[in-house]
Design a protein around this ligand. Structure first.
Ligand code: AKG
Length: 199
């Protein structure tokens, strides 16, 4: 069924952005701790073949019973939070005013790693989730555009230590991406903190 969009031509993305949310030294420490985790290379079926996704991923959560399936095929199971990430989650909760039960990480090894346009609209996150994203490492451009309005996309250059919140309603009306870049850039890690409902 076609979803009715209430967006107007001039609506800008429902995001809140805190550049420099983390002090540089703290962001450096979190980057190092995050890089030391065991990242997973997930695969995605395309035309009957399993193809590695252009990034590495990980998921943590309040319960090991939590799992998360995206694009109907890639399944994560939550591991217990490492203390440094549970602390970061607590700080992000305090800053944004929302609670998060899971954290999904993306590690982009170079400018050739990416995530294509999508909405984080999995049923396990409930309706109208607030999703917070912390960036560590190389600066990359995060792009967001309305699902039903052709044309303009908005870009945010997310740098080491920045926080961006996709507010409730964002996943229903907008899609977001981290496109590839030909710029020579190093590793970037992004942590998204999300709600989880057991329905
Ligand atoms: O790396 C980013 O900033 C975007 C991550 C993302 O789109 C996602 O985890 O759904």
């Amino acid at each position: 069924m076609q979803q009715l969009s209430l967006l107007t031509e001039t609506d800008s993305p429902p995001v809140q952005y805190w550049p420099g949310f983390l002090e540089p030294a703290e962001a450096d420490r979190l980057l190092q701790q995050s890089q030391a985790l065991e990242w997973r290379q997930n695969q995605f079926p395309i035309l009957g073949k399993l193809v590695p996704l252009p990034r590495l991923e990980l998921m943590f959560g309040d319960s090991e019973a939590y799992s998360y399936v995206y694009s109907g095929s890639v399944e994560f199971k939550a591991q217990p939070w490492p203390p440094f990430l549970a602390e970061l989650r607590d700080r992000v909760e305090a800053a944004t005013g929302y609670r998060y039960q899971i954290g999904v990480g993306n590690l982009y090894r170079s400018g050739q790693d990416s995530i294509s346009y999508h909405a984080d609209d999995e049923a396990s996150q409930g309706t109208q989730p607030a999703i917070a994203s912390v960036s560590l490492g190389a600066t990359r451009t995060f792009r967001i555009k309305p699902k039903q309005r052709k044309g303009q996309s908005y870009g945010y250059d997310l740098s080491h230590g920045d926080l961006l919140l996709m507010q409730p309603g964002c996943q229903e009306e907008w899609v977001h991406a981290l496109p590839k870049t030909s710029k020579n850039c190093g590793v970037r890690i992004n942590w998204t903190f999300r709600p989880y409902t057991t329905l």
